[in-house]
Design a protein around this ligand. Structure first.
Ligand SMILES: Cc1cc2nc3c(=O)[nH]c(=O)nc-3n(C[C@H](O)[C@H](O)[C@H](O)COP(=O)(O)OP(=O)(O)OC[C@H]3O[C@@H](n4cnc5c(N)ncnc54)[C@H](O)[C@@H]3O)c2cc1C
Length: 350
């Protein structure tokens, strides 16, 4: 939507919620946290109250879920509750969100860069005629203009660009899960609920869902893992990943992989960390045989503590790491696993 001369008819920061069955995807809460910050800054620039509005499309949203969304910093919920929204259908979701955008005119609309967000948001952007910045790694408000500053890697990760959408509304972005920290919930908060109906026209879709299946591998939940052990090209093959898996098992971690390892077919894409994989933020990230190219680093550099095991002391990951172990991973890892197991046995014996 092309903006009018002063832009004053657009307001509020919208977050498109993502439901996983009856639960809410954690990226929704991560985005509500950042939306709260954006709304406060925008309120100052515009000198009026800007709200955080969460748009929820689904079927049978529980009272508990509503409370969690308010506790996670939504001021208002726009809920469209209909059986036709129980199973995700990007045609229907995009049609409803586009109508709501035209009706309420949000200043900003953000969603998770999950497969659903990546499917719905471009459709909405085309429908309402505005821009969309995908896979943002930072969002802020310009203190002079009030414009959304959308930061993301560009040119294969070689530069970090900040993108503004000056003339069209809403300003739309997607953000990958794990990029922003989960805000602390505040269950004393409450808010307003607006119910919207799905129209008969919106229920008509070219997409028909025949069956739902959960693919085992798609559930590799790196975004929730406290410890991640990642293997790169240095593990040398699928058998090398058995060493990584054993290490991960010994210390209660999940298995990650570089794109080089995934592209070589040694492990599935669901494990990939980086610009075109998942963004992760574990307490401990252990990179084994990973060189640390920028496209990998953008997906893991916010980890609390980074350990790298590499034969090459000059590899970029070694400079980023809090602890850099120079050595052959096939010698170093079995030694660490032995120590961890001995430690476990000692603890049991005491
Ligand atoms: C648009 C684009 C998107 C991309 N997205 C991603 C992404 O999402 N994720 C990603 O990871 N990459 C991504 N890449 C690829 C990225 O540029 C690198 O090619 C890739 O990360 C390299 O993977 P690697 O570190 O495993 O392999 P290499 O760079 O080959 O590094 C292997 C490392 O293993 C070490 N090593 C070898 N043998 C041993 C041993 N026995 N013990 C210990 N160390 C050993 C070597 O010293 C070396 O440092 C992307 C690239 C582009 C252009």
């Amino acid at each position: 939507m092309k903006i009018d001369s002063n832009g004053s008819e657009y307001r509020d920061i919208w977050v498109l919620a993502e439901l996983v069955g009856d639960d809410i995807h954690r990226v929704t809460f991560e985005l509500l946290g950042v939306a709260r910050n954006l709304a406060s800054k925008l309120s100052k620039v515009k000198n009026r109250e800007e709200e955080v509005v969460c748009v929820v499309l689904g079927s049978g949203l529980s009272e508990e879920s509503r409370k969690r969304l308010f506790a996670g910093y939504a001021d208002k919920l726009i809920i469209v509750d209909d059986e036709a929204l129980r199973v995700f259908n990007d045609n229907i979701h995009a049609a409803v969100v586009s109508r709501l955008v035209r009706k309420y005119r949000p200043e900003v609309l953000i969603s998770g860069a999950t497969s659903r967000g990546r499917s719905v948001m471009p459709r909405v952007a085309v429908e309402v005629e505005t821009g969309l910045t995908a896979d943002c790694t930072g969002l802020d408000i310009d203190e002079d203009s009030g414009l959304l500053l959308q930061t993301r890697p560009a040119y294969g990760g070689n530069i970090i660009a900040t993108i503004k959408c000056e003339n069209y509304r809403p300003q739309m972005s997607t953000v990958r899960p794990g990029v922003f920290k989960l805000p602390e919930a505040d269950f004393s908060r409450t808010g307003v609920v607006v119910q919207e109906e799905l129209t008969e026209e919106e229920k008509v879709s070219r997409l028909r869902v025949l069956e739902e299946q959960t693919i085992e591998d798609a559930t590799v939940n790196l975004s929730d893992a406290k410890i991640i052990v990642t293997g790169g090209r240095g593990v040398k093959g699928p058998d090398g990943f058995k060493v990584i898996e054993e290490f991960a098992r010994a210390i209660g971690g999940a298995v990650g992989a570089s794109r080089a390892a995934v592209d070589s077919g040694w492990i599935s894409y669901a494990h990939q960390v980086g610009q075109t994989g998942q963004t992760v933020q574990p307490k401990i990230y252990i990179a084994c045989g990973v060189s640390g190219q920028i496209q990998h680093l953008v997906g893991m550099q916010s980890s609390d503590f980074i350990i790298a095991i590499n034969k090459d002391s000059e590899a970029p990951i070694m400079k980023l790491a809090d602890v850099a172990i120079v050595g052959d991973l096939f010698e170093v890892i079995p030694e660490i696993v032995k120590l961890v197991r001995r430690d476990d046995e000692l603890k049991k014996a005491v």
